[in-house]
Design a protein around this ligand. Structure first.
Ligand code: FAD
Ligand code: NAD
Length: 474
């Protein structure tokens, strides 16, 4: 009988949490085994999430800008969409990045096993490899980074090619004439934007009273306005109560205060109502790892579970379910395993919705400040006063700062407008570095750029914005 392999650190799941952890652990000199079902590391983010969706959103942006150019006297003919070529390009983007991660894994001498892992106890994993073999792997420490999967809706037919989750929608099987998007959150609005730009008539149903629940309403307003033009309909406070497949499509029964036509047929339906943690079928019952009632693994600041040898990071530990949060948690867990004094305690985890316009925020939000009854001064710089925004024909944006009225420290930043996702990084740095409004005001920003809106928002705080007359209130 061959001796079973052992590893210092076993990482289950090769997404942005798992691979970032594996790479740092190898850089720190630990012996690492990384296990994932896919042929290369990348996880949901690279194969079925962040990367393919952003590739398609880039295409949507090109199509939209070409249309908008008519306002400037530039007329392009209607676009011809070669769907197969578009799919190939998107696959190439994914292949390039996952291939790169595969190379980095090899260069760092990380052992990559393609298979499915399950705990036998707090120091042993059973791995079913894709080649059909079974490996028993002993470890000193393990990190669970198994991510999440789309939540489903019980009222929808189970096995219909007309019902898509985000993974199926990103495969771009076709451009449906009409598409129902269930869920007005990140995925619904990002992928709805892609399909609308490609020519689908998109309708959105959202259960709550507004798109992107939880996000500050003043940030969502410009997006809602633009989507009202791009989408066929947006039905708030609405849910799908029944659906069945017919020859022409999915017949859906809608219930809600904004529904004018309760029964409608859609060629395709995209379900985007949140994600569930992959914490089942992992053999956690053979360990002391605990999950909460929604299935998220409970962890402390070092990302240690209740089982001292096992850590957990990323989507499987809860919200926000974002790639960069997973990667940072992964690095903290590895440092803790390596014996360093660390904790995962960021002041600001940026969030970006890559719609058109983009919405980005970090640190304290107005919604949270209100709930916590925290005194805060909010200053806004409307992009109508930004030279750069006007050159782009996009003056609907807005940059706001949430500032501690006593210390004048920047506690939170919110931005809506094209490129908000890039601009928010400066806000994250300001919050993390405990910058004061005066720091941002005195930092010379290049002109003409959208980044100036952060500086001018800080100027608004002092009643001294160059391009906006807002005298300071006594
Ligand atoms: P994942 O990336 O989910 O990876 C987990 C991996 O574990 C998977 O490869 C899975 O196959 C593997 N696995 C699971 N169980 C086992 C097992 N038992 N054995 C072996 N392997 C296993 N986030 C952003 O920050 N920005 C974005 O723009 C963004 N866009 C998104 C768009 C879409 C359509 C979706 C669906 C998500 C998006 N996200 C985005 C969220 C982001 O993808 C996740 O937050 C991120 O991938 C979580 O990383 P993770 O490492 O926790 O797990
Ligand atoms: P979400 O939580 O962002 O949005 C789900 C939406 O569906 C919510 O608005 C919710 O109110 C609504 N909803 C729930 N049940 C419903 C029902 N029965 N009928 C109608 N509406 C219903 O979830 P998501 O869009 O599926 O995305 C999942 C997660 O993936 C996000 O929370 C985010 O963490 C991550 N993600 C991030 C990005 C990004 O960073 N740009 C992009 C995509 C996904």
């Amino acid at each position: 009988m061959p001796e079973s392999p052992t590893t210092r650190l076993a990482i289950i799941g090769g997404g942005p949490g798992g691979y970032a952890a594996a790479f740092l652990a190898a850089d720190l000199g630990l012996q690492v085994t990384l296990i994932d079902q896919e042929p290369q590391p990348g996880g949901v983010c690279l194969y079925h999430g962040c990367i393919p969706s952003k590739a398609l959103l880039h295409v949507a942006k090109v199509l939209t800008e070409a249309q908008q150019a008519a306002d400037w006297g530039i007329h392009f003919p209607s676009p011809q969409i070669d769907l197969e070529k578009l799919r190939t390009w998107k696959r190439q983007v994914v292949r390039k990045l996952t291939g790169g991660l595969g190379q980095l894994t090899g260069q760092r001498k990380i052992r990559f096993v393609q298979g499915r892992a399950c705990f036998l106890d707090a120091q042993t994993l059973q791995v079913q490899t894709v080649s059909g073999e079974e490996e028993i792997l002993s470890f000193t420490h393990a990190i669970i980074a198994t991510g999440s999967r789309p939540a489903t809706l019980p009222c929808l037919p189970l096995h219909s090619s007309r019902i898509m989750d985000s993974t199926a929608a990103l495969d771009l099987p076709s451009i449906p004439q009409n598409l129902l998007v269930v869920g007005g959150g990140y995925i619904g609005l990002e992928l709805g934007t892609v399909y609308a730009a490609l020519g689908s008539r998109v309708s959105v149903v959202e259960l709550t009273e507004g798109l992107l629940p939880g996000v500050d309403r003043d940030l969502v307003a410009p997006l809602s306005k633009r989507l009202a033009e791009k989408f066929h309909s947006i039905m708030l406070r609405t849910e799908v109560v029944d659906a069945k497949e017919e020859t022409q499509g999915i017949r859906v029964i809608l219930k809600g205060s904004e529904v004018t036509e309760p029964e409608q047929i859609f060629e395709k339906v995209l379900v985007a109502v949140g994600r569930k943690p992959n914490s089942e079928d992992l053999g956690l019952e053979n360990t002391r790892v605990e999950v909460d009632r929604r299935g998220f693994i409970s962890v402390d600041e070092q990302r240690r579970t209740r089982e001292p040898t096992i850590y957990a990071i990323g989507d499987v530990t809860g919200e926000p379910m974002l790639a960069h949060k997973a990667s940072h948690e992964g690095r903290v867990a590895v440092e803790a395993i390596a014996g360093h004094k660390v904790a995962f305690e960021p002041h600001a985890i940026p969030a970006v919705v890559f719609t058109d316009p983009e919405i980005a925020w970090c640190g304290l939000t107005e919604t949270r400040a209100r709930t916590e009854q925290r005194p805060v001064r909010v200053v806004r710089f409307p992009w109508g006063a930004s030279g750069r925004a006007i050159t782009l024909g996009r003056s609907e944006g807005m940059t706001k700062l949430l500032i501690d009225p006593e210390t004048e420290r920047i506690l939170g930043v919110g931005i809506v407008g094209p490129g908000a996702g890039e601009l928010i990084a400066e806000g994250v740095l300001a919050v993390e570095m405990a910058a004061l409004a005066s720091d941002l005001k005195l930092t010379i920003h290049p002109h003409p750029t959208l980044s100036e809106t952060l500086m001018e928002a800080a100027e608004v705080f002092f009643g001294q914005s160059t391009h906006l007359y807002r005298p300071r209130r006594p």
